[in-house]
Design a protein around this ligand. Structure first.
Ligand code: FE2
Ligand code: FE2
Length: 281
């Protein structure tokens, strides 16, 4: 089977299977459109991350293969979200927005080793990203009444849960060799979660939603993006995400510590959302 055929076999769904003709403009919440545009940028850029992963895992063809399929799915997420955003806002140019994003946001594609200090660390960081995306698309799917976006977000969320498992399984393999202690794993995980307010998402917001006339300001774009995105979450999304974080660092995913952390994270998120909304106003 050629590469094209393998790709098809590996994907769990395809863009053509989305019921695009069911798109209902009357059910589109205007608040979700800019979020979808920003998400499309980051997702579409998945191939660059696979290039980086290929270098970091240069002698591990199994993982390199898996990273290739993973990137195909991420790119499809971007294309599906981009197509939906173009339906919701016919004046929006997905390709032009993505070209802007690519020109301005660069990953360390020449890295020889993981920026996380170890392969285990790299995979824990990937688990954090997939935890974030799986809960985010679950929240968007639950929070929208527009049937096509709901279907897309459900498909994407299912992929993101599978991606978590993919990186988690490889992480366990490397953990056996690299023997990274719990505290370091925790530090890497928390570090990656903290980076969600770094340039990647803010810049995606900027390229997806603001024309070149305005200059990029991270603080403003982060506030614009985060305050809206956080509004879609419900406690159950945080609770499930917390279980995944615990699992990835090697703590019991269910139990008092996980419950307590989920409640704290939920309160912190509500507080942060209000602060960002005030900052924006
Ligand atoms: Fe994705
Ligand atoms: Fe993913």
């Amino acid at each position: 089977m050629g590469r094209k055929g393998t790709e098809r076999a590996m994907k769990h769904w395809r863009i053509e299977e989305i019921a695009w003709d069911r798109f209902d403009p009357s059910k589109v919440d205007p608040a979700v459109i800019p979020l979808v545009k920003a998400a499309a940028m980051v997702e579409r850029n998945g191939r660059d991350y696979a290039t980086y992963l290929h270098r970091v895992f240069r002698d591990d063809p199994d993982f390199q293969n898996a990273a290739g399929y993973w990137a195909d799915e991420e790119v499809q997420h971007g294309d599906a979200l981009g197509r939906w955003a173009s339906l919701a806002d016919p004046g929006w140019d997905y390709q032009a927005a993505f070209d802007r994003y690519r020109a301005g946001y660069k990953l360390p594609l020449d890295a020889e080793a993981s920026v996380r200090g170890s392969r285990t660390g790299e995979l824990i960081a990937r688990c954090m990203v997939e935890t974030g995306t799986s809960s985010y698309y679950s929240a968007l799917a639950d929070g929208t009444d527009e049937p096509v976006l709901k279907q897309i977000c459900r498909h994407i969320a299912a992929d993101e849960f599978r991606h978590f498992k993919l990186f988690y399984d490889h992480m366990k393999r490397y953990l056996g060799r690299e023997n990274i202690g719990l505290l370091r794993r925790l530090r890497i995980a928390l570090g990656r979660i903290g980076e969600s307010e770094d340039d990647e998402l803010a810049y995606a917001w900027y390229c997806g939603n603001e024309t070149g006339a305005q200059t990029f300001q991270r603080r403003r774009c982060t506030a614009a993006y985060m305050s809206r995105a956080m509004g879609f979450y419900r406690f159950r999304h945080i609770e499930r995400g917390m279980g995944m974080i615990f699992k990835a660092v090697g703590l019991p995913p269910r139990g008092r510590l996980s419950d307590f952390s989920a409640r704290m994270a939920w309160r912190l998120m509500r507080w942060r959302q209000q602060r960002l909304a005030r900052q924006l106003a």
